[in-house]
Design a protein around this ligand. Structure first.
Ligand SMILES: C[S@@+](CC[C@H](N)C(=O)[O-])C[C@H]1O[C@@H](n2cnc3c(N)ncnc32)[C@H](O)[C@@H]1O
Length: 445
């Protein structure tokens, strides 16, 4: 029978994702938000065979690393998990996670550690998220609408009033959104809001299960005008998104990469790197690490809407971007035209299905950029000798699959991992973004 009374224990270590581990009668209990050395009161939330998960109720004896979280919903909201430690310590935790993954899975350490990439300045790690999906719930029992991220320990929407990581102005629009939705006839038929924040404009897409009536539309338009945001409605799949205000929209959402004189247009439902300032640093660092020269042929795999491809094309002879989603390929092509970049091509292909006979693979390349989704890029790496790049930069959102792929690359004996480091793309969350450089091993003739 699960114990559900509060308990007290000392935390013996901390996991990579910011959970404290207590040993209670020989069973591990993971206490979210507790730090090594602390004595805490906690409540077990999930009982498992080998370990339990618990909610932190009170810190009885606090670690010197603990700081005051900025957000009043921290601990309840599932959006952030590390606000109780400094950003410097968060980065150290992330670097340790990368190092441990590389050692455990690849049995390797990079020859050099790169300095972490992160946004500096007092507000550097705050108000950075330019894409988000906010959940909305009309809570009948409370007579209130909630807007926010899901709770950390339960599938409910967090009762919150603002958000410290959503980019401006949306971080301050949680309460105004609640007030708006509470006035709508469809307040219980509006389950989520997609947020897209460009350098030039902000879009909120209201997912609606029933059509809004005239008063609802007028209220939404009033909100859009008052807060200087765009409002769109989504009645079904992605292609059902239609502009409500302004209609028509004057221009697409966009962000700039000034180091390369590139502007990237996107839609709120596209993949974009979450953190604009860090993305700028990342693109510049990646292209430096690739050591691109003007005669090089470069391949950018998992290229999305051209975030790296177009800056690369400013430095290289020719660049081919490959991406699995047709609508992103089309957007990437349109972005090439927008920037008047001609030495680039985009191809739609499933990079998990590679047999080694693809013409783009057989054509080879001098430099390779990989930026896969969490599942990594093993299928491509199995054919790396056909492609034969001198240098590979691998940007990863999952340290485990990066380590697995690094093991495959160096296991073949043809590549050395010369450098690796972390990118703090998602401050205050446990999400680890990393970058690794591989160089072809010179063979004796
Ligand atoms: C981490 S995102 C990187 C996008 C881009 N490099 C950027 O910086 O914006 C990974 C991309 O891989 C694409 N992708 C996922 N699975 C794929 C597959 N099997 N084949 C090709 N592309 C895929 C996704 O659509 C997404 O655009």
């Amino acid at each position: 029978m699960a114990r559900r009374e509060p308990e007290v224990a000392r935390i013996v270590s901390t996991t990579h994702d910011g959970r404290g581990i207590a040993d209670v009668a020989g069973k591990k209990v993971f206490v979210a938000g507790a730090l090594e050395g602390e004595e805490v009161r906690f409540l077990r939330r999930k009982i498992r065979r080998k370990f339990d998960e618990a909610e932190l109720l009170e810190v009885l004896q606090s670690s010197r690393s603990r700081i005051e979280p900025r957000c009043e919903a921290f601990g309840r909201c599932g959006g952030c998990s590390l606000q109780h430690i400094s950003q410097q310590e968060q980065r150290e935790l992330k670097q340790r996670s990368l190092r441990d993954n590389l050692q455990r899975i690849a049995g390797a350490e990079p020859e050099n550690w790169l300095p972490p990439i992160y946004a500096t300045g007092k507000e550097g790690g705050w108000h950075y998220r330019r894409r988000a999906r906010l959940a909305v719930k009309d809570v009948y029992a409370k007579g209130r609408v909630l807007v926010g991220f899901h709770e950390r320990h339960a599938p409910f929407v967090t009762d919150m009033h603002r958000c410290e990581v959503l980019a401006d102005p949306v971080g301050n629009l949680i309460d105004p959104l609640i007030e708006l939705i509470e006035r709508l006839s469809i307040r219980s038929r509006l389950p989520q809001i997609e947020v897209g924040i460009g350098d030039n404009a902000v879009e909120l897409i209201f997912r609606v299960l029933d059509p809004p009536n005239d008063d609802d539309r007028a209220a939404m338009i009033g909100f859009a005008r008052q807060y200087d945001v765009r409002v769109s409605l989504q009645t079904g799949g992605l292609d059902s998104v239609t502009a409500l205000y302004p209609d028509p929209v004057p221009e697409a959402l966009s962000y700039d990469l000034p180091d390369f004189d590139v502007r990237i247009e996107f839609e709120s439902t596209d993949f974009v790197q979450i953190n604009g300032p860090v993305n700028r640093l990342l693109v510049t660092a990646t292209i430096e690490l690739l050591q691109v020269e003007t005669h090089h042929r470069v391949l950018d795999l998992f290229c999305g809407i051209g975030n790296f491809t177009l800056p690369l094309a400013r430095r290289a002879g020719e660049v081919l971007g490959i991406e699995g989603e047709q609508r992103l390929v089309e957007r990437a092509r349109a972005n090439a035209v927008l920037n008047d970049i001609g030495n680039v091509a985009f191809l739609k292909a499933d990079l998990f299905e590679i047999d080694g006979n693809e013409s783009w693979l057989r054509a080879g390349c001098d430099r390779l950029l990989l930026d896969p989704a969490r599942s990594g890029s093993l299928e491509l790496i199995k054919h790396i000798d056909v492609l034969g790049p001198e240098r590979i930069v691998y940007v990863s959102c999952h340290a485990g699959t990066l380590a697995r792929d690094a093991a495959e690359l160096s296991g073949q004996g043809n590549y050395r991992m010369t450098a690796a480091g972390i990118i703090d793309m998602f401050p205050h969350t446990a999400h680890v973004e990393s970058i690794a450089v591989f160089e072809k091993v010179a063979k004796n003739k």
